[in-house]
Design a protein around this ligand. Sequence first.
Ligand SMILES: [Zn+2]
Length: 338
Amino acid sequence: MLMKLDAFRAAVPNGYKAPGDPGYWAITHAPGLKDAYPEHDLPDLVAWHVTREGAQPISVSVEPEITGIQQLNDHWPVEELQNTRIMLIGAGSIGSATAHALAGYGVGHLTLIDPDRLDWHNLVRHTSARKHIGRHKVTALAEELASLRPDTAVTPLPLDVIEHADHVRSLLADTHLVVCTADGVAPRRVTGHLARRAGLTAVLACVLQDGALGEILRLHPWPRHGCITCRRQSLAEAGGLDPEPALDAGYGTGTRHRPMTAVGSDLHLVAQLAAKTAVATVLERAGHPDQRLPGEHALLGLRRQPDWAPPFNLDHTAELRWRPAIPPRAGCPTCEAP
Ligand SMILES: [Zn+2]
């Protein structure tokens, strides 16, 4: 709605100047307006395009005093999560999306562990952009999160969880929960072992059967909760199968990453579930029973797989199946106290 120039000039107590051609932009500040007319919800800052025809008001977006995760303070346990320190092992396709999701939940500190550098074939599934090719994935991710989610402090460490296990172990003293999205049997077992010895819960995420299934394993360091090896062996002995070896079929052949048919967004769906599992674990422990999960082992259908052995035989895409923990087996070097 164009305001006549005379009326605009009369309403502006100082600073007014007559517009030439093609006019000018101005901002008016009327700090008392809100109090004078509370029923109208008037903005105290308005921009104007002032020309010889009149003054055209334009709404102004003002940076609020509170931005970022603190905006959710009334609806979400921001404080608890800002004080939470999570170690994420694996910064690949699932890991990069998990890091973004954890930061989106407001986790205050992430330690990222992955020795790999971003390569061309990663781009189709990774959250990092092409400009980061050749850099360590953890460094690229830390940079992205710093600009997108500045409430999350990120420590990027280009370490291998097996080769640098001692270093990783020393960092666990300052960690509340571990998430592992690394592919391959060995890194997953080592992560589970290190976390259990440190008295920490580990959340392991992966896809099985060339991306047909997403899987989340929550490994608590509790007497009745078996490690990943115990759980897999118990399933295999019950007539099922052990999907673990397929996770690193490429080991020893020189191709570390076996070709995977999973599409990026399917992997990111698994990542979201991994982050949710991690955050729910932290929050339930902090006194939020409404964050309790239905089990310790989640299977998410990405393509229907009814012929697979139970419990992996999901009938539908997007089906989510939760299972309980499986107890440790006698003599397990991870589950039994050292
Ligand atoms: Zn075990």
